[in-house]
Design a protein around this ligand. Structure first.
Ligand code: ZN
Length: 296
């Protein structure tokens, strides 16, 4: 995922959805501006001193007939400021949801069912979709009180953490935008429809009870393998950042991350056809495997 998109999507539900120039990570804001996702906001009126990294006031000084900006640090004196680093943008959720709904082929009018927190997005085939903006502790009560009335609806959250939090009390199928969208400078928003199908379709099939158990088991194994591969990637990054691997996730943790029941996880782990899963699980804390052997 592009660091800028990741910054935008994670910031969008915050109390102050304003993105600072240092979050651009070298990417251009232009496509986001064109899509209406980012609009220019008042620039910062403080600049960071390059010596102490503290924000100080900015002074405009005229040098050879040209106005130049300087950061005025009481300890380290004046340092020049590039006006580009002071830029900020206000982020907008509406255009992201518009595009998402369009790509998904969801029909209907977006209606707010909990003020500024939960929206009905509409219907796609036999499925209804609800978007949940916040699932932080303080909003959870109001959100779940409403969502409990819609157990069959697919929930769309911003982050996987939010989806996991809702899983504690709600049976709904769900997925997050962080896991299923990416940003493309031409197409704007790209939605991974296959991944969404994999995340919500499996539970639907279970509801129908028409497919053989074996098929469900194999799909569950694949899901756990994908989750462990994700864990290996994160663990590798962690290793390069702080010098050690992440601890092996418990089966309960894996169940939470994949949306499977803990029983199913342990059955998959002992399935004779789950050799890759068993290997990945076994070698989770083995540096040689995580860093070199498993090229995933
Ligand atoms: Zn300073």
């Amino acid at each position: 995922m592009s660091p800028l998109w990741s910054g935008v999507i994670r910031l969008i539900a915050s109390d102050f959805p304003v993105l600072y120039a240092d979050s651009l990570c070298g990417e251009s804001p232009e496509p986001f501006e064109r899509a209406g996702i980012m609009t220019p906001y008042s620039p910062r009126d403080l600049a960071d001193c390059p010596e102490c990294d503290e924000p100080w006031e900015i002074e405009v000084l005229n040098i050879k007939g040209k106005d130049e900006l300087f950061c005025v640090c009481p300890e380290h004196g004046l340092s020049p400021v590039d006006p580009l680093v002071l830029r900020r943008w206000r982020l907008h959720l509406g255009p992201i949801l518009d595009r998402f709904v369009e790509i998904m082929g969801i029909k209907g009018t977006r209606t707010q069912i909990v003020p500024d927190m939960v929206w009905k997005l509409g219907r796609q085939g036999r499925r209804d979709f609800i978007f949940v903006k916040y699932c932080w502790e303080e909003h959870l009560k109001a959100t779940t009180a409403e969502l409990i009335k819609h157990p069959k609806t697919v929930l769309v959250t911003i982050t996987p953490e939010s989806a996991a939090r809702l899983s504690i009390t709600l049976p709904n199928r769900k997925f997050s935008l962080v896991e299923t969208t990416r940003y493309d400078p031409v197409e704007t928003l790209v939605v991974d429809l296959e991944k969404i199908e994999a995340m919500i379709g499996e539970d639907e099939k279970k509801d129908l009870k028409t497919i053989p158990r074996r098929t469900v088991r194999i799909a569950n194994i694949e899901r756990l393998v994908a989750e462990l591969k994700e864990h290996y990637r994160a663990s590798k990054d962690h290793y390069f950042a702080v010098g050690r691997l992440l601890p092996r996730p418990t089966q309960a943790e894996l169940a939470r991350r994949t949306g499977l029941r803990q029983n199913d996880v342990s059955r998959c782990m002992s399935d004779p056809d789950a050799k890759i899963l068993q290997l990945l699980w076994q070698e989770c804390e083995n540096e040689k495997y995580v860093l070199e052997k498993l090229l995933i």
